[in-house]
Design a binder for this molecule. Structure first.
Ligand code: DHB
Ligand code: MG
Length: 217
């Protein structure tokens, strides 16, 4: 659903601050050649790197690998002893992610977990608490992933949700085509919970898809 027509301002930012190397270009091409949803933009990948470096993040859990485009951006910002665990349920996506990760320079920093995120998160808990979680998976489960994050992210840690406009559905009165009322209720609750100033220092950024960011108090 992410539009192909990139605005001149985003093109400018990408060229100057977030150029893709040949590997990320290849990953992008492979995703476009498949029937996959579109991944985060390069400028968003660069922004996540900025946060990871700035906050000294060492451990990340990503829910929704797709083909590992975002995983590779994030892992590249991790220190040598840092690690990213990324979860993908859909088999053909996990297979492409595995190939992309294996061809990357950060394969040693990434563990790809193939399975349902609710199960995989439960199994991952013993490795926590984690510094960051990036939620970019099935929208209907965002509040379930947030439940896990609230338990397994350290104080001061970062929670990020992608697509938190839910393709405009979170703020429109009329439900856009193809969006379920349940998904809308879930995303509204997700953003509402993260907006709590008693629990978080948080903000929602008006990216193309909407990105909600919260530092746990
Ligand atoms: C879709 C999912 C995403 O996570 C995204 O960033 C863009 C589109 C989708 O399901 O269409
Ligand atoms: Mg997304």
């Amino acid at each position: 659903m992410r539009p192909e027509d990139i605005s001149p301002r985003i093109k400018y930012i990408r060229k100057l601050f977030a150029p893709e190397d040949s590997l990320l270009q290849t990953v992008d091409r492979r995703i476009r050649e498949s029937d996959f949803p579109i991944h985060i933009g390069a400028e968003e990948g660069r922004f996540l790197q900025f946060l990871i470096k700035g906050l000294g993040i060492k451990t990340i859990v990503e829910v929704g690998t797709l083909a590992a485009y975002s995983s590779i951006w994030m892992a590249r910002a991790l220190p040598t002893n840092g690690h990213l665990y990324t979860i993908e349920r859909t088999k053909h996506r996990a297979e492409l992610a595995k190939k992309n990760i294996s061809e990357s320079d950060v394969a040693h920093k990434i563990t790809l977990l193939h399975g349902d995120a609710r199960d995989e998160l439960k199994k991952l808990s013993y490795r926590g608490p984690f510094d960051m979680i990036f939620i970019d998976a099935d929208k209907i489960s965002y509040t379930a992933y947030l439940d896990w994050a609230e338990e397994n992210i350290r104080p001061g840690g970062l929670i990020v949700g992608d697509n938190t406009f839910l393709f405009e559905a979170v703020y429109l009165e009329e439900l856009p085509e193809g969006i379920s009322p349940t998904a809308r209720a879930v995303l509204r609750e997700f953003n509402q919970r993260l907006s709590d100033p008693l629990k978080y220092t948080s903000i929602m950024l008006p990216t193309q898809e909407g990105m909600t960011l919260a530092l746990k108090k």
